[in-house]
Ligand binder design. Structure first.
Ligand SMILES: NC(=O)c1ccc[n+]([C@@H]2O[C@H](COP(=O)([O-])OP(=O)(O)OC[C@H]3O[C@@H](n4cnc5c(N)ncnc54)[C@H](O)[C@@H]3O)[C@@H](O)[C@H]2O)c1
Length: 351
C-alpha cells in the first residue's frame, strides 16, 4: 500500500430502509469509507438500495452478510425490536457498530449489547445526532464552564400536533417498544441529558395516553392514513426523572396533541443561569440586571453529518466516542422507567 493511501473502512448495513439511506449518503461522501454490503428482509427495498448506492453485495439475511463479508463496521438501521441481536452479532463478528436510536427495546437488551462491545473490544456508538448540533454543543460548553451553577431542572419536549408516521412500524408496540416517547422523545431527552453532563437516572414517574392514533381520522395532516388498525403505542407520554446529584428532568412527547406548541426543545434551570436550546438564549444576572443574551456566533453544525464522520473517526481510532453506549443505556433506563411507571401507576426506581 502506498504510504499516503488510507485503508478504507468496509461498512455493511442491517436494514436498508429510510434512515439507512441517510447513513449511506453520508458514507458515500467520505473517501475513507467503502459500502460493501447491505441486508434487508424486503427484496424490493434491498434492490432499490443496492442500485442507488452501488452496493456490491446484498443479503436477505443479516447473519449471512456477517458470515460472508469481511466488514469493519456495521450500521444497524432496523426497527427497534431488531437493534439488539444484529448489534451483538456484528460485534461478535469483529465489527464496530453504529446502532440507530434508541439503543434497544429495553435497558436489559442494552446491557447485553454493551457487554458484547466490551467482550469484543469493539466500539458501540449510538446514532444520536442532536448532541452534535451546534446549539447543544454551545450549551454543553456553558455547562462545563459553570454558567448554570448547579442545574436544578430541565424541561424537555418533543411534540407533534399530528405526526404519526405513516410508513414503517412506528405504531406497533411489539416492534418498536413504544410510540413518541421512544421515537422522538428520545432525541430531545438524550441531547438535554448530554447538555447537563449525563447524570445517572434514579427514578421515574410517567403517564401515557392513547386516544387518537388507534382510530380512523379524516382530519387533514401532512402524514395521513397511518395504519390505525395496528396502532398499539401511546399518542402522548410525559415523565419526570430524578437523577443522582443532578437535575430533575421533565419530558413531554407526542405524536398527537391538540396544541400549537409543537417542536423539539429543552430549557435549563440552574442556580446561576438558565438557557433555551432552540434559540440558544442564555439567562443570568449581571451588573445588577437580569440579562437575556444570545451568542453572536453559534457554529452551524449538521448533527447528522457530524455523527457519521465521528463514527468513522472512532472506528479508525482517531478519537474517543462522544455518543457512548453508556449514555444510550441511561437514556433507555429513563424511557423504561417512564413506561413502567405509567403501567404501574406509581413512581418507579431505576436500577
Ligand atoms: N436518527 C434519526 O434521526 C432517525 C430517523 C429515523 C429513524 N431512525 C431509527 O432508525 C430505525 C429504522 O427506521 P427507518 O425510518 O429507517 O424505518 P424503515 O421502515 O424505513 O426501515 C427499516 C428497514 O428495516 C428492514 N427490516 C425489517 N426487518 C428486518 C430484518 N429481519 N433484517 C433486515 N432488515 C429488516 C425493513 O424491511 C426496512 O427496510 C429505527 O430504529 C428508528 O428509530 C432514526
Amino acid at each position: 500500500m502506498a504510504k499516503d493511501s488510507v485503508k478504507k473502512l468496509r461498512v455493511g448495513f442491517v436494514g436498508a430502509g429510510g434512515i439507512a439511506g441517510t447513513h449511506a449518503n453520508n458514507y458515500q461522501n467520505m473517501p475513507d469509507v467503502e459500502i460493501v454490503a447491505a441486508s434487508d428482509v424486503s427484496e424490493k427495498g434491498l434492490k432499490a438500495f443496492q442500485e442507488k448506492y452501488k452496493v456490491p453485495q446484498v443479503f436477505t439475511d443479516w447473519k449471512q452478510m456477517l458470515k460472508e463479508c469481511e466488514l469493519d463496521a456495521v450500521s444497524v438501521c432496523t426497527p427497534n425490536f431488531l437493534h439488539c441481536e444484529p448489534t451483538i452479532g456484528a460485534l461478535n463478528a469483529g465489527c464496530h457498530v453504529l446502532c440507530e436510536k434508541p439503543l434497544a427495546m429495553s435497558a436489559a437488551e442494552g446491557r447485553r449489547m454493551l457487554a458484547a462491545a466490551k467482550k469484543n473490544k469493539k466500539q458501540l456508538v449510538i446514532a444520536f445526532q442532536f448532541r452534535f448540533d451546534g446549539k447543544t454543543q454551545a450549551l454543553r460548553r456553558a455547562y462545563d464552564e459553570g454558567f448554570f451553577g448547579k442545574v436544578l431542572y430541565v424541561r424537555v419536549k418533543a411534540i407533534r400536533r399530528r405526526g404519526i408516521p405513516n410508513w414503517g412500524v412506528f405504531g406497533r408496540k411489539e416492534l418498536q417498544g413504544g410510540g413518541p416517547l421512544i421515537d422522538i422523545g428520545v432525541h430531545a431527552l438524550e441531547m438535554a441529558h448530554y447538555a447537563v453532563g449525563a447524570p445517572q437516572p434514579q427514578s421515574a414517574l410517567g403517564f401515557t395516553w392513547t386516544y387518537l392514533g388507534n382510530k380512523p381520522s379524516n382530519t387533514a395532516c401532512s402524514w395521513p392514513n397511518w395504519d390505525w388498525k395496528t396502532y398499539t403505542v401511546e399518542d402522548l407520554a410525559v415523565g419526570t426523572i430524578r437523577t443522582k446529584n443532578g437535575p430533575v428532568f421533565h419530558l413531554e412527547s407526542a405524536f398527537v396533541a391538540h396544541t400549537d406548541q409543537e417542536g423539539m426543545d429543552f430549557t435549563i434551570f440552574g442556580e446561576k443561569g438558565g438557557a433555551q436550546w432552540s434559540t440558544t438564549s442564555l439567562y443570568h444576572d449581571h451588573a445588577g440586571m437580569m440579562v437575556n443574551s444570545t451568542p453572536a456566533f453559534v457554529a452551524k453544525r449538521d448533527g447528522f453529518v457530524h455523527k457519521m464522520r465521528h463514527f468513522v473517526d472512532v472506528c479508525q481510532g482517531k478519537c474517543k466516542t462522544e455518543a457512548p453506549a453508556e449514555h444510550g443505556l441511561m437514556v433507555q433506563q429513563m424511557l423504561d422507567g417512564i413506561y413502567a411507571s405509567a403501567k404501574q401507576g406509581k413512581e418507579v426506581k431505576i436500577k
